[in-house]
Ligand binder design. Structure first.
Ligand code: PMV
Length: 306
């Protein structure tokens, strides 16, 4: 049996606009998905998980098939079983589906003795995302594969970002499940209805991401907080927030977070709050009091999938 592990992620700045080619900053977090692959007597590909739904397992099945086809692997009279175990909350904007896909791809490639380049792993991961929503930017499989913090641009080269000061993020899950595909489509409809307005928002998002990147590199954490707040304003503007997310975002700020925002597609799922050093426990407990279903103190996962 082979084993592989892949991290989930938070988007620090730039979700949704990244689908349209704008840059985004994304960090891998130490919530992980594990996959175990083995040969079995039963023919075909078999994916098992106690927590991940049938719907999310289908893309994995399809990409493993693609992997076997692309490498001309014939299983002859045996099959492959992949068993998945994930700590990442599902449908919450933390990259669970991409991490599960990446871990599965790696576990199967180890089982078959295939050496895949990072970009091959990512492109299979993107194929899996395409089953979930038609327009993935590729940000989730990319960060899960690389780990650390990245400046990501669709179809472009990724750039590693090295923070000069440690950053403490608190993640709060609203407990509202949502579909990334539906949220991406909703934003697509708005952008086609008001293209010139949307173009202005894109431009603003690009400036926010650039300023946030400088703030991370130079250790200006107050400025980073302001960029998170501006980013959240744009997410509200494009209609991916709701009353519960707004409540969590504002409670975090009221109890001293330097900035807070939705992370991921919105409509539910998680928010992140940037805490002053040593203040994350207090912010986390206020978020629970305000109705968050779960909170996590996010540590950056420096190492990507392996
Ligand atoms: O699946 P989520 O909620 O982590 O969202 C991913 C980020 C989006 O920008 C909304 C979609 C994408 O493919 O980039």
């Amino acid at each position: 049996m082979t084993e592989a592990v892949a991290p989930g992620k938070i988007i620090i700045c730039g979700e949704h606009f990244v689908v349209y080619g704008e840059p985004a900053i994304v960090a891998a977090v130490d919530l992980k998905a594990y996959a175990y692959a083995s040969f079995v007597d039963e023919l075909g590909i078999h994916i098992y998980s106690s927590r991940v739904s049938e719907v999310s397992l289908r893309p994995i099945h399809e990409v493993i098939k693609l992997l076997l086809e692309s490498r001309n692997v014939r299983l002859d009279n045996r099959g492959i079983a992949v068993s998945i175990n994930s700590e990442i909350p599902i449908s919450a904007g933390l990259g669970s589906s991409a991490a599960v896909a990446i871990a599965s791809i790696l576990a199967v490639s180890k089982l078959l003795g295939l050496k895949l380049k990072k970009r091959e792993v990512i492109s299979l991961g993107v194929r899996a995302e395409e089953f979930i929503h038609g327009r993935p930017s590729g940000i989730d499989p990319t960060i899960s594969t690389y780990g650390g913090i990245l400046l990501f641009k669709r179809g472009g080269r990724v750039r590693r970002i090295k923070p000069t000061k440690p950053m403490e993020f608190v993640i709060a899950d609203s407990g509202i499940k949502r579909s990334t595909g539906i949220m991406v489509r909703k934003v697509g409809e708005l952008s086609s209805k008001y293209p010139e307005v949307f173009l202005g928002l894109r431009y603003t998002m690009r400036k926010i991401v650039r300023r946030a990147m400088k703030a991370i590199v130079e250790g200006e954490i107050e400025i980073l907080g302001d960029m998170l707040n501006l980013n959240h304003g744009l997410l509200s503007a494009i209609g991916v927030s709701n009353s519960k997310l707004e409540r969590l975002v504002y409670v975090a700020r009221e109890v001293g977070a330097l900035g807070s925002k939705i992370t991921g597609a919105g409509g539910g799922g998680c928010i992140i709050a940037l805490a002053k050093p040593g203040e994350s426990d207090r912010i986390a407990s206020s978020l629970i009091d305000a109705g968050a279903e779960a909170v996590y103190k996010a540590r950056i996962a420096e190492v990507g999938a392996m």
